[in-house]
Design a protein around this ligand. Structure first.
Ligand SMILES: Cc1ncc(COP(=O)(O)O)c(C=O)c1O
Length: 407
């Protein structure tokens, strides 16, 4: 209990320790975006105050410095996810952008009428809609892997759905709305045995569990910088090299070309082929610092703290009469989706806000999942490395107050 009583990492995050509207802030919305450590904030400040310049272009100190730092971030990300080669790390705007890239480039080019894409009932909209767009255009079929009432994938159903027509699987690693950790390695083996490719949405996984693309053997994997202590506006797409090489560019513009003539343009090599235009330079550099921070704390320590926080919160909150958790998978990350009697989740969130507690309410960009649980919305508390026991106690007291208010 010591770690979460006196969390040593909290001091690294300036936003965590604040008074807002006269109340101590309990930030419990890390699944939406994590807070940023000072090292990341300082790096952004340095870039904007002293080191502003474009990358890959200038033959002067500032530009070379920015390029070096920018490309160093690529190395750091490649090492973090154990990518075989740095050129397999493509900087995008975020997870959503990465999914759209693969849908528009890979699926649009290589899938054909009648092919099936498998998704799951617990996907975020950004891992549904991009596939629907391409499916509509190309006559593809989308099928859905069902879940049980605890919010776990039905693996037998997955195997049954895996017919020869299935050419692509896109699956979330950790559900943002339930916390469920899916058996991605096993799912990849099953997909590959069927000749299908697999894309993994690791938006909620990357800052919480070890993500090793070679061990998982996935074809594509994506995540966002802002959910792993980094800045907004940057994300990553990892892809198997031969697939990325065969894929046509997603967007055209500067940096992604080799030679341009009005008759014919040839494209740059990986990763630049997929990085058209001026990238989010400061954000990419800041992402490198976020990776440093993750490494410095270590995923083992992160998991230890988050496990303590999750167990403490689950037990404490369950003691409130009428408290119901959505998502009780055996293998679960530090997310608690919940309802409280028949009080509307929006009423809960606006009252807890008055107590300084920042939780999320709504469909969590997972409307099909809400439909499965037959609720319009849930409240969600999501925990990270900077949270402590007091944050959870504050949520507990706020919820007790909400209950009393509605009784
Ligand atoms: C599981 C999951 N996938 C995808 C996304 C989309 O990420 P972004 O909005 O950073 O592109 C999110 C964001 O909440 C998410 O939780």
């Amino acid at each position: 209990m010591n770690l979460i009583q006196n969390n040593p990492y909290r001091k690294d995050f300036p936003v965590a320790d604040q008074i807002i509207n006269g109340k101590r802030l309990a930030y419990l919305d890390s699944a939406a975006t994590t807070l940023k450590p000072l090292s990341v904030v300082d790096e952004l400040d340095t870039y904007y105050r002293k080191e502003t310049s474009n990358v890959h272009r200038g033959l002067y100190w500032l530009s070379e410095n920015a390029t070096t730092k920018f490309e160093a971030s690529r190395d750091k990300v490649a090492t973090l996810i154990n990518a075989p080669d740095r050129k397999q790390v493509i900087f995008t705007k975020g997870t959503t952008d990465s999914v759209n890239l693969v849908a528009q480039s890979y699926a649009r080019t290589f899938l054909k009428k009648g092919d099936v894409i498998l998704l799951s009932q617990m996907e975020h909209h950004s891992n549904i809609v991009p596939w629907q767009i391409v499916a509509e255009e190309k006559g593809l079929t989308i099928k859905v892997i069902p879940i049980n009432s605890r919010g776990e994938l039905l693996m037998d159903e997955y195997k049954k759905l895996m017919t020869p027509e299935v050419k692509f699987v896109s699956i979330v690693y950790v559900s943002n709305a339930l916390g469920t950790i899916n058996p991605v390695k096993e799912m990849t083996e099953i997909a590959h045995a069927n000749g299908a490719k697999i894309f993994v949405d690791a938006a909620q996984a990357i800052a919480h569990i070890k993500v090793d693309v070679q061990e998982l053997d996935v074809d594509f994997l994506a995540f966002s910088g802002h959910k792993m202590f980094g800045p907004t506006g940057v994300g990553v797409l990892y892809g198997r090299e031969e697939l990325l090489n065969d894929m046509p560019p997603y967007q055209g513009g500067g940096d992604m070309i080799d030679v341009v003539t009005f008759e014919k343009t040839t494209y740059n090599n990986l990763p630049h082929k997929f990085e058209a235009g001026t990238p989010a330079i400061a954000s990419v550099i800041g992402l490198g610092k976020a990776v440093d921070y993750l490494n410095q704390v270590g995923l083992d320590k992160i998991q230890e703290i988050e496990h303590e926080l999750l167990s403490y919160a689950t037990e404490k909150l369950k003691s409130i009469p009428g408290f119901k958790i959505y998502g009780e998978a055996k293998n679960k990350a530090s997310v608690i989706s919940f309802g409280l009697g028949d009080i509307h989740p929006h009423d809960i969130a606006s009252l807890t806000d008055k107590e300084g507690v920042a939780i999320r309410t709504g469909h969590h960009c997972a409307q099909p999942l809400m439909k499965f649980f037959a609720v319009p919305a849930t409240c969600r508390a999501s925990l990270s490395i900077y949270n402590n026991q007091e944050d959870i106690d504050q949520l507990y007291r706020a919820l007790v107050k909400v209950k009393t208010f509605f009784e």
